[in-house]
Design a protein. Sequence first.
Lengths: 156, 151
Amino acid sequence: MKNYIDKSTREIYAYESDGSQDAFIKEGLVPISDEDLAAMIAPTTEQLLSQLSAARKEQERQGVTINGIRYAGDPGNRQALQEAIALMDDAGLTEFESWKDSDNIFHANHPLADVRDAYRAIGARRSQLIAAEGEYAAQIIAGILTDLTETEVVWP
Amino acid sequence: MIYAQHFSAEEFRDWADDMSPRLVTMLDVLRFKLGSPIAVSGSEYALGRNLGRGKMSEHNIDEWGEVLAVDCFISGVYSRQQAEAVAHEAEQIGFTGIGVYSDTRNNQGQEQVMFHLGVRPNELMGSPATWGRISGKYTSLMAAVQSLKAG
């Protein structure tokens, strides 16, 4: 493709490099190289930090798996787990009569100990993820990390 | 390279003609304010780098067209308090990218805190981008400062 820019609006236009679309090239457009284009559309530091935060939260949402049962790690589920544990502790019970997991599967006589382990594991993983996000954020700010592909960002 | 009272072109090695005049002037002012010599790190990456477009390191001459940062050691600065004072002075002068590395050795091979001082145009004076590095891991500037021994 051949790339052009409208300097008044900063809009980018791309046309076939074989010249078949040259008739459509608007008057006043200025050609730019692939390198310049890549630099122009590169995300800003703020955008990268925002993407990084979103990626970390997505990792968090996936949660943990204890004894084959997944417990989501989103804020809503963390709150629900905490409430469930507190309720069982108050009632002096050790098993849930029925437990609906994060994949909408029901489990009878579900042990409170597993739920407690899951809640702790989610907390530990969240802590690791936030630490990793902090390190990657510092790299973004330093200008070292400029894309968030899987080869550049590996979550714990 | 533009004139600087405390720096010669040789100190910027092969990158002397590519140094940002703003950076050199601000280094000169920092040197004056601190009253301590500033030694550019002997690392080949301390001044300019050719990283191609789109890489936002202040060292990347391909992106910025000039060298916008130096990695350097400041004579006599080893401790937490000294490093914090340097970072504060650098911010007051108007550097817009400040990094503190607590895992570095100076040009004589001794353990010494290293500073990245830059003048990136996409941050404002008084509100610099800051970061730190401890044992190879990137972190906040203050965490890196705190990791140094107390004076």
